[in-house]
Design a protein around this ligand. Structure first.
Ligand code: GRF
Length: 215
């Protein structure tokens, strides 16, 4: 069974979606720890109430990004995960972590990358009147929101849709595609080989998973 560590900063609805699938056995993995840089992250409460080990490493307690990352690195090394999942983790990791765990860290980002890396993706979609929006899941590299792409889910935008509604629909898409991808990784069906994402036994062989959701 794969050992997964989650890094979060907030609500943790994606974390919850994966916890639920681990509990039913759909995902063959153990979430061995949930780490947050934010002591008030609700995701920490979610993990605790499921009996999952939690760790708060508050970035405000460290003078530099390097010092924070050293602490994070030390803890992750102790936990020794097979997979590190960034799900709403609002800190940029330094190469110390991204290089050491390249191919073992994935991130979920609320846009159709390479469009809109970084923050405020939903408001950018609205401002630019984009006809579609979505979610990307990718391996984490040194470049922000730009590592090898594993999967994307697209949703259609609606005319004059309130940002809260759009965010909710993006979340709904995330909760569908993220468990799928994590399951495949835990079943050794997806892996990274010299910067190329490899899919085993899938029709998508060599091409990232591309789905469309009516949510
Ligand atoms: C998600 O939209 C994810 O794509 C982004 O941060 C959000 C986290 O949501 N990286 P939650 O904490 O899982 O509810």
């Amino acid at each position: 069974m794969k050992r997964i560590v989650f890094l979060i900063s907030g609500n943790g609805t994606n974390l919850q979606a994966i916890i639920d699938k681990c509990k039913t056995g759909d995902i063959n993995a153990n979430i061995v720890s949930v780490i947050s840089n934010n002591p008030d992250a609700f995701g920490i409460e979610r993990a605790k109430s499921e009996g999952i080990e939690t760790k708060v490493i508050n970035h405000r307690d460290y003078e530099t990004r390097d010092l924070f990352d050293n602490e994070l690195f030390k803890y992750i090394k102790e936990v020794n995960p097979d997979l590190i999942v960034l799900a709403g983790f609002m800190r940029i990791l330094t190469p110390k972590i991204t290089d050491s765990y390249f191919g073992k860290i994935i991130n979920i980002h609320p846009s159709l990358l390479p469009k809109y890396p970084g923050l405020d993706t939903h408001s950018k979609v609205i401002e630019n009147k984009d006809s579609s929006h979505g979610v990307s899941i990718h391996y984490v590299s040194n470049e922000l929101d730009a590592g090898p792409l594993i999967a994307q889910a697209t949703i259609k935008t609606k005319d004059k849709e309130a940002i809260e509604d759009l965010i909710e629909r993006v979340h709904a898409a995330e909760h569908k595609i993220f468990p799928k991808v994590i399951k495949l990784i835990c079943d050794n069906q997806i892996l990274l080989n010299s910067e190329k994402v490899i899919f085993h036994d899938l029709e998508t062989n060599g091409v990232h998973i591309d789905e469309y959701y009516e949510v």
